[in-house]
Design a binder for this molecule. Structure first.
Ligand code: AMP
Length: 254
């Protein structure tokens, strides 16, 4: 496995699958890497904590990182190239051009500027790596919607693939932020996946999820239209940790 730190050292090859990550890898990331490994000759994983997508400086500060561990996991997952640039390699001084999506749903309303950062870094990665396919988790459903729209609107020649959310056995969606929950908070957090999965088949899924959140105050509950599929999505704050999750209500994600 090659670790590439500069744009100049990055080679583009046909038949590449790209998996963008911010590191702190868990089994959700590994599911993306496995799917990419099956479907492509070359797998490139980017490892970059994108400052532009953090609306909260404290969240960026607290973001976990252990590069040695991430590189080990990537190598075991069969990654060919890890692209791990320094911040100013992607945002040199004088950087002044942004991709600013108009439609970013409730998640975008809750996190001003977040999807501008996500869309900008993803377009940069698509331009740098030139992958045939790029892999994203269903966990971040609004992100999938934004990236699909970006690719369509700006005619980016990449196929966007969506991988189902990986969960702990008790149902909590894996997230790099779960490690910040105390045992008691983690127990309370289970109400989120439980409410969403029990509400998915109800006549009014949004109302059903709201009424079964077991005292958790949602930032929002919404139906999200991803084109070929609809998901029921919600965000909650537990202590100082913000969690999002969603379940499939209609259709299929590919
Ligand atoms: P992140 O490193 O948090 O930016 O996530 C990198 C990619 O992993 C994104 O496409 C996420 O949607 C995806 N991801 C994060 N958590 C999960 C999960 N529990 N299951 C599947 N994919 C996930």
């Amino acid at each position: 496995m090659k670790v590439v730190r500069t744009i100049a050292d990055l080679e583009t090859v046909p038949g590449t699958g790209l998996v963008p990550t911010m590191g702190a890898l868990h089994d959700g990331h590994l599911a993306l890497l496995e799917t990419a490994r099956r479907e492509n000759e070359t797998v490139v994983m980017s490892l970059f904590v994108n400052p532009a997508q953090f609306d909260d400086p404290a969240d960026l500060e607290a973001y976990p990182h252990d590069e040695a561990r991430d590189l080990r996991l990537a190598e075991n997952a069969g990654v060919d190239v890890v692209f791990a640039p320094a911040r100013d390699e992607l945002y040199p001084s004088g950087f002044a051009t942004w991709v600013d999506p108009d439609e970013t749903g409730e998640e975008g309303d809750s996190r001003p500027g977040h999807f501008r950062g996500v869309a900008t870094v993803c377009l940069k990665l698509f331009n740098l790596v030139r992958p045939d396919r790029a892999y994203f988790g269903q966990k971040d459903a609004q992100q999938v919607a934004v990236i699909r729209r970006l690719v369509r609107d700006l005619n980016v020649p990449v196929q966007i693939r969506v991988v189902p959310t990986v969960r702990d056995p008790d149902g909590l969606a894996l997230s790099s932020r779960n490690g910040r929950l105390t045992a008691e908070e983690r127990e309370r957090a289970l109400a989120l996946p439980r409410a969403l999965s029990s509400a998915a088949g109800a006549p009014d899924p949004v109302a059903a999820a709201r009424s079964s959140l077991n005292g958790l105050e949602p930032e929002y509950v919404e139906m999200l239209d991803l084109g070929e599929a609809k998901v029921l999505a919600a965000a909650v704050r537990i202590g100082s940790t913000r969690l999002i999750d969603n379940v499939l209500v209609e259709g299929e994600l590919r």
